[in-house]
Structure formats: structure tokens, C-alpha cells
Design a protein around this ligand. Structure first.
Ligand code: T68
Length: 832
């Protein structure tokens, strides 16, 4: 038996009893925080104060669980996995923490007794929006699933001072960007600053080769990385994992030397330049710009994370050769690829491991997930930039390159293949290809849905597949956490499912395949009615939100059609808006009698465009201005409404998704790696209209093709069609007259000055790279089928139930189990 470390064990043990979670204890704890932590009193306590006090009280519970879990990991020393992601799109925490802790009802009652409404309190919290879109939200779902399944997984990322920009819509309908100072709400109750967990990170300087492969890297600039820990509670378990985010700080505060010399400006500048590293999230998804600060972010984060991982490993007292037995690192896209040369540097220069042995260890530690095959998203860094910022890493990358070249001699003669597989792209300047480095430095490479993984194997990684064999290249289809994306965002549905299946919520929230039990009730008219009533109340909740935030009145008896995602040409919001305009023109052509037979429809868009993405921003402008005309046209406004909801966020998604009847996932075939909102809509009983792309395909496999509205050309046709467009272009008037008409109306100024939209219209008229002219007709037909299907409401409800019932596969629990077993080789373990 271990000796009690300090003082009187009995006194400690009584004090350590933990927190009581009956309602009186909860109100006491909240009020304590009001009085002490916030130094406020009842008479001046507003909703924000109540939120802060409630959050601090919930946080107390999280911290205790977090401590127990981390202590348990330290004692048990299991193999751990680390998820390195530049983005974690967490959204709000309080509601999720209450649900995962099983304390929501009690806090509801407690704050009610204190004169507050829990729903209003929850609304006070700002989203933690440290991500762009799918990739960042996936990371957040994976943390939830790891903790819920009691897996020893930590996330590592950056603590940006400013998250994804706030989107405003200007008077002319265009997107404007404002900063997102998410931390300025007062102390963030969900993070624990770790003043004692700091590392120094070097930039620039010179690397001097010693004998053999070792080198010394010195000089340059050093900045400090300081840890902030965010508690990640598992659902229905005490297990609480950690998300460690790094903040950059100047090494010695102000540079005193220049300060003393009276050069105040320079002193402040040096502190600014260190702080700049974690100041802002880059708002570009799917494009790279080669900005030095971005490369600094990537190195700063990977260096701090690896130093931390290495320190934890060394505390185990194991020989360095056992590193991959205790550590698995997942690279979320190529953004953390510098971790590969950085771990080589640590092994070789600091731990005296010989080069070949170090490479062996490194390639047994890393796993790499690719999230896109779009060529403009493949990261490359100029060699000169790398040489100046990270001279030692550039040496190591060249060493890996030469080793790689030597082994590739297995393929004599094929010089093209050689050039494609090279880590270095020739040109002025030369560039380092991060995907190639991530591939050769990792044990396994995966895509995020079946089709995407197949495209990874046959296109961007084809040569590597020939070289390494197929088994290194696998698939893990993405998933979503049913805690947030069913129970939290749609409590009514969650409750109905629980009552119908006669199961506690935890049963299906932890094993989503249990939803299949709903299939027995598909034909039960009472159940159908309840199911439909929940959809209706979610539509009213959304309408209420739109009315209170935007002052617009929505027809909740209409079909709700939703497309919410980042604005991008490949996602084809343009196809959707052209479809809406086509519908509008068709309605205008009808007689008033004919219009009376039309089922009303409300179309919602939301999503941000990268600030420098001109065409995507024009698309927003067109949607907003078309909405102004369409919504005010007395002939059609009762049967067609169009809304662009500004500032899309996780929290807005939580209101939109449960309210949707149909959602659009209409990327050009072969371009959307997976998509994850498609899964969220289906889980909430919404149907899909989509192309045969990404995870749409697997969703249709699960729910049956008759429950998905597919349209458009298939992936294998895309390349040929693009070729035809390049070399045998047919004018749009011939190829697709209905679309030509829509473009002409826009051009003619029907939705405001047409000349503004010419560059957008020309992307369709000229190369039409994303093949709108090829898919428009079948898209309109698919929407027609949607309208017809919606007429038969009972049949529609059945489709909705069947869809939701078959979402088991898309739980992120399944995805994380796959990573844990097939990649990381880690096991569940939990504190008693
Ligand atoms: C998305 N990628 C895929 N990237 O587009 C989507 N990129 O199909 C998939 O479901 C999702 O990843 C999860 O796998 C992104 O979201 C980015 O956001 C991004 C950010 C920075 C640089 C490049």
C-alpha cells in the first residue's frame, strides 16, 4: 500500500469526497461562484453572470473527473494516442458538459430556483470557433468519442486569440469580415492555463552538421509555448480527456535591452512578433498561400506538442526504442507534417539515436489522414523559406529525400514516377511537398470516405501505393457524435426515440445502431404523428430564431430546404442558387391558379467564404440580392422564400439541422471527400438531395437509394467532361437552355446590377470546371422528385424515420474504434 503523501490521511479523505450533485448542492455551488469567483450578488446578476457562475460550477465537476482520469493514465501508463489538428471547432461547451455529466435536469431545476432559465443561460456562451469547417468539427467529434469510449487520447492544437472571422452582410449584400475575439467574454471557464507547462521553440538560426547525421541548431529566435488545457468529458463516464492548446509568448517578456536603450517601439515589436504566432486562425479552407506566419504556426505547434509528448514518454523511464509502443500520433491533414522531421531531430540530435533507427521509430509512430484531393489544397512550402525558418528541418527533409531516392531505385527507368514521388518539387523556387512527406513518414494513410480513399489510392497517392503496397492505404469513413448532433440539438427527438424503444437515452447514444429498432415503428401512425410534430416544432424554433435575430417572418408550413457549408465552387452553392432562380422564374410563368397548387418552400443558405475568395463572395452577394427580390414579390412570396443566414457557426447548425426537411450536398462528383453535415441531417430525420459523392454514397447504402435523391454525373465521367469543355466547348444556350435563361436574367439585372455578377457567371459560361451545365437538368429533375415526394406526407415521414434509423454507421464512436484498433493500437481504460 502506498504511503499517504502528506498530512492526516483521514482529513484529506473526508475533504476529497468530491462534489454532491443534488439540486441544493448545485444551487449552493452556483451561488458560491456568484459571490466569490465573480464577486457579484443576486440583485445585479444578469444572464451572462448566471452563465458564468453555472459554467464555473459545472467546471468544478469536470476538473475532478479530469484529475482522476489523468492520474489514472499516469499510473497505468497505457499506450496513448495524440490527435494533432490545427483546428478544433468545438462550439459551445456548457450544454454538452451538462449532458455528458448527466446533470442537465438538475441544473435546469437549480437555476430555475435561482430565478433563471437554463436555455437563456446557455445562449450566453460564445462559440469556440477555432476551425474553418468539416476538418475542425471532425476533430471535435473525435475528442468527444474518444473520451466517451474511455480511450487515452489527447488533442493538441493552437489557442488562437481570434477564431474564424465573424461574417456580416453589407448593404450591397456582400460578405464583410470582423474579428472574433472569443476570449473577451471574461475568463474562459473551460480552459486551465498551465503556467508551468512551457517549452521554448526556436526559429531561424543555423544548423551545423557534426560527424555523421547529427547536427546542432542554434541562434535565431526563441519563443515560448504555454499550455492551456480544455477538459473533454466523456458521455456517461467519469473519463475526461484533455485538449491541450498552445499560446505563444515572448521569451523574456519585453526585450529589456532595447527597452533600456529607449527603443520602446522595438521592444514592443519583439513581443508582438512572438504573440502574433497564435493570434489568428487562417480562414482559408482548401487553398494554401505559403505565408511565413502559417508555417511558423505549424512548427510552433508541432514542436511544443512533441516536446510535451516526449517529456511524458520519458517520465515512464522506458528505453527510447519503445517510443512507438507508447505513442501514436494522428496527423489531421498535412498541417502537422513538420512533426515528422521534428521527431527525427529530437531522436538524432537530442537522443543520440542513429538515423536508420530513428526513421524506423518515426514511421511507426505517425498516421496520416488526407481530407481532400483538390490540387489547390495540397500543401507545399518553398525550400528557401524552410531553409531560413527551419534550417535543421530542411536538412532532415533532404536526408529523408535522398534515402527515399535511393530506395526508389527499385523502379528503374520511370523518371516521371520518380519526379511525382519526390519530396521536392523542382521549380523556382523548389518546394517541399507535405503530402508526400506525410505519406512516407507514416505507418498508414487514410481517406475519410470509401470513394475518397479510393481516389487517394488511384490519384494523389497512386505511385506510393505501387511502391508500398495497398495495405498502407486504407479508409476510415468519418462520423459525428450523436451526443451533440442528436441529444443536444434535438432533445425532443432523443426523448421520443427513448420512449419508443423503451431504452434509456444512453443506450442508443452510446450504440447508435440501436436506432434500427425504430424500423418496427415506421408504419405506426401514432409514432409517425409524433415524429412529424417534432420536426414541426424544430421548424418553429428556427423560425423564432430568424425572427428574433433578423426580423424576418418564415412560413413554417413550407418545406425547409437547407444548404449550410463553407462557400466553395466545388460545393456548388451556385448550382443551388441558379436552381432557386429557375424555380422563381417558373413560378412567375404560372397563372395564379397554377400557383395555388404549388407546395410552399423555404430555402436556407449559410456559410462563410474565405476572405480572399472572390467568386465565392460573389455567390453570397447573388444569394442575398436574389432573396431581397424573391421574398418581396407578392406573386410568389407565399410559395418561395430564400434566406441567407449570416455568420454560420456550430450553434447555428444546431438550430438549422433539426429543422430541415431536405438538405443539399451537391458537389461535383469526386470533389467532396466525405461531408459530415449530410450525416447530421439524416440523423435528425432530414432527407438528402445530392450527388454520388463522398459519404452520400455510404449513406445511401445504409438507408436505401430510394430514400436519397441522387442526381448528376458520376466521378469517372468528370474528367472526360472537363476535357470536352476545354477542347470542344458547346455554348450554354445549346447545352442547357434553362440554365442559360437563368444566367441571362441575372446578367440583365433582375437581382440588381448584373455586371457585378459577370465574373461568377463566366465561370459557368466559360470553362465550367465544376460542371454546372452538365448537372443542371438532372438537378432540377431531382428537386421535382423531392416536391412530389413531399406531397405524400405520410410516405415522406416514413422515409425520414427509415433514414434516421439507419445512421448507426455514422457515429464517430465507430470511426474512433476503427482508428483505435486498426491504427493506434490503444485500449479503453478508466479510473474506478
Ligand atoms: C473537409 N475538409 C472536407 N478542410 O472537405 C470534407 N483545409 O469533405 C470532410 O468531410 C471534412 O474535411 C472532414 O474530413 C476541410 O474542412 C479544411 O477546413 C481546411 C482547412 C485548412 C486548410 C485546408
Amino acid at each position: 500500500k502506498e504511503k499517504w503523501p502528506k498530512g492526516d490521511e483521514k482529513v484529506w479523505r473526508t475533504a476529497l469526497r468530491g462534489l454532491d450533485t443534488d439540486v441544493p448542492s448545485i444551487t449552493k455551488s452556483v451561488v458560491n461562484h456568484v459571490q466569490t469567483s465573480l464577486a457579484r450578488q443576486a440583485y445585479n446578476l444578469d444572464n451572462l453572470g448566471a452563465y458564468q457562475a453555472a459554467a464555473l460550477s459545472v467546471r468544478d465537476n469536470l476538473i475532478l473527473n479530469w484529475n482522476d482520469t489523468q492520474m489514472h493514465y499516469t499510473r497505468k501508463a497505457p499506450k496513448r494516442a495524440y490527435y494533432l489538428s490545427l483546428e478544433f471547432l468545438m462550439g459551445r461547451t456548457l450544454d454538452n458538459a451538462l449532458l455528458n455529466l448527466g446533470l442537465k435536469d438538475k441544473y435546469q431545476e437549480g437555476v430555475h430556483q435561482l430565478g433563471f432559465n437554463l436555455e437563456d443561460i446557455l445562449e450566453q456562451e460564445r462559440d469556440a470557433a477555432l476551425g474553418n469547417g468539416g476538418l475542425g468539427r471532425l476533430a471535435a467529434c473525435y475528442l468527444d468519442s474518444s473520451a466517451s469510449q474511455e480511450l487515452p487520447v489527447w488533442g493538441y492544437g493552437l489557442r488562437y486569440k481570434y477564431g474564424i472571422f465573424q461574417q456580416l452582410i453589407g448593404p450591397d449584400g456582400s460578405q464583410l469580415e470582423a474579428p472574433d475575439p472569443w476570449l473577451q467574454q471574461g475568463d474562459n471557464p473551460w480552459e486551465l492555463p498551465r503556467l508551468d507547462v512551457t517549452y521554448e521553440v526556436r526559429f531561424y538560426g543555423h544548423a551545423e552538421r557534426l560527424d555523421g547525421m547529427k547536427a546542432i541548431w542554434s541562434g535565431g529566435q526563441e519563443v515560448v509555448a504555454m499550455a492551456y488545457d480544455t477538459m473533454i468529458p466523456g458521455y456517461d463516464t467519469k473519463s475526461t480527456n484533455n485538449l491541450r492548446l498552445w499560446e505563444s509568448k515572448p521569451k523574456r517578456g519585453f526585450d529589456l535591452q532595447s527597452f533600456n536603450a529607449g527603443d520602446y517601439e522595438r521592444a514592443v515589436e519583439s513581443s508582438n512578433s512572438a504573440e502574433a504566432i497564435t493570434s489568428v486562425l487562417y480562414p482559408n479552407d482548401h487553398t494554401t498561400f505559403g505565408k511565413e506566419l502559417r508555417l511558423k504556426q505549424q512548427y510552433f505547434w508541432t514542436a511544443a506538442s512533441l516536446a510535451d509528448i516526449m517529456r511524458r514518454f520519458k517520465n515512464l523511464g522506458k528505453p527510447i526504442t519503445e517510443f512507438p509502443d507508447y505513442v501514436a500520433i494522428q496527423l489531421n491533414d498535412t498541417h502537422p507534417t513538420l512533426a515528422i522531421p521534428e521527431l527525427m531531430r529530437i531522436f538524432i540530435d537530442e537522443e543520440d539515436v542513429p538515423w536508420d533507427a530513428a526513421w524506423q521509430l518515426v514511421t511507426n509512430t505517425f498516421f496520416f489522414t488526407n481530407h481532400t484531393v483538390l490540387p489547390e489544397a495540397l500543401e507545399k512550402w518553398p525550400v528557401p523559406l524552410m531553409q531560413s525558418l527551419l534550417p535543421r528541418h530542411m536538412q532532415i527533409i533532404f536526408d529523408i529525400h535522398y534515402l527515399h531516392v535511393a530506395v526508389e531505385k527499385k523502379f528503374p527507368g520511370d523518371r516521371d514516377k520518380f519526379a511525382r514521388m519526390s519530396l521536392i518539387e523542382e521549380g523556382y523556387p523548389q518546394q517541399v511537398r507535405m503530402a508526400n512527406l506525410a505519406c512516407i513518414g507514416s505507418r498508414k494513410v487514410n481517406g475519410v470516405a470509401e470513394l475518397h480513399s479510393e481516389l487517394v489510392r488511384t490519384t494523389i497517392m497512386k505511385d506510393f501505393v505501387d511502391y508500398y503496397g495497398i495495405s498502407k492505404f486504407a479508409n476510415v469513413t468519418n462520423g459525428i457524435t450523436p451526443r451533440r448532433w442528436l441529444d443536444q440539438c434535438n432533445p425532443g427527438l432523443s426523448k421520443l426515440i427513448s420512449e419508443t424503444l423503451k431504452l434509456p437515452k444512453a443506450a442508443f447514444l452510446k450504440d447508435l445502431f440501436k436506432l434500427e429498432g425504430l424500423l418496427k415503428f415506421v408504419d405506426d401512425p401514432i409514432f409517425q404523428k409524433k415524429w412529424a410534430a417534432i420536426k414541426q416544432s424544430n421548424k418553429e424554433r428556427l423560425a423564432h430564431y430568424v425572427e428574433t435575430t433578423l426580423g424576418l417572418k418564415i412560413n413554417t408550413h413550407a418545406m425547409f430546404d437547407v444548404q449550410i457549408k463553407r462557400l466553395h465552387e466545388y460545393k456548388r452553392q451556385t448550382l443551388n442558387i441558379m436552381g432557386v432562380i429557375h424555380r422563381y422564374l417558373t413560378l412567375k410563368d404560372m397563372t395564379p391558379e397554377q400557383r395555388k397548387t404549388v407546395n410552399p418552400k423555404v430555402v436556407f443558405f449559410a456559410g462563410k467564404a474565405a476572405p480572399g475568395y472572390y467568386i465565392a463572395k460573389l455567390t453570397i452577394r447573388l444569394i442575398v440580392n436574389a432573396a431581397r427580390i424573391i421574398n418581396s414579390d407578392p406573386e410568389t412570396k407565399d410559395i418561395l422564400q430564400l434566406y441567407f443566414l449570416p455568420d454560420y457557426s456550430v450553434s447555428l447548425a444546431e438550430v438549422l439541422i433539426p429543422a430541415s426537411d431536405i438538405s443539399q450536398h451537391i458537389s461535383t462528383a469526386g470533389t467532396e471527400a466525405s461531408g459530415t453535415s449530410n450525416m447530421k441531417f439524416c440523423l435528425n430525420g432530414g432527407l438528402l438531395v445530392g450527388t454520388v459523392d463522398g459519404a452520400n454514397i455510404e449513406i445511401a447504402e445504409e438507408v436505401g437509394e430510394n430514400n436519397v435523391f441522387f442526381f448528376g454525373h458520376l466521378t469517372p465521367a468528370v474528367e472526360d467532361l472537363r476535357y470536352q469543355h476545354m477542347y470542344h466547348a458547346v455554348p450554354i444556350e445549346q447545352k442547357c437552355p434553362p440554365l442559360a435563361r437563368v444566367l441571362n436574367e441575372v446578367s440583365a439585372g433582375r437581382f440588381g446590377d448584373g455586371s457585378v455578377y459577370e465574373p461568377l457567371l463566366n465561370t459557368i459560361r466559360q470553362h465550367d470546371y465544376y460542371l454546372l451545365t452538365e448537372d443542371f437538368d438532372s438537378y432540377i429533375q431531382a428537386l421535382q422528385l423531392v416536391d412530389e415526394a413531399y406531397q405524400d406526407r405520410t410516405e415522406w415521414i416514413k422515409k425520414s424515420i427509415r433514414t434516421s434509423a439507419k445512421m448507426g454507421k455514422f457515429s464517430s464512436d465507430r470511426a474512433i474504434q476503427d482508428y483505435a484498433q486498426e491504427y493506434w493500437n490503444i485500449e479503453s481504460t478508466k479510473p474506478e
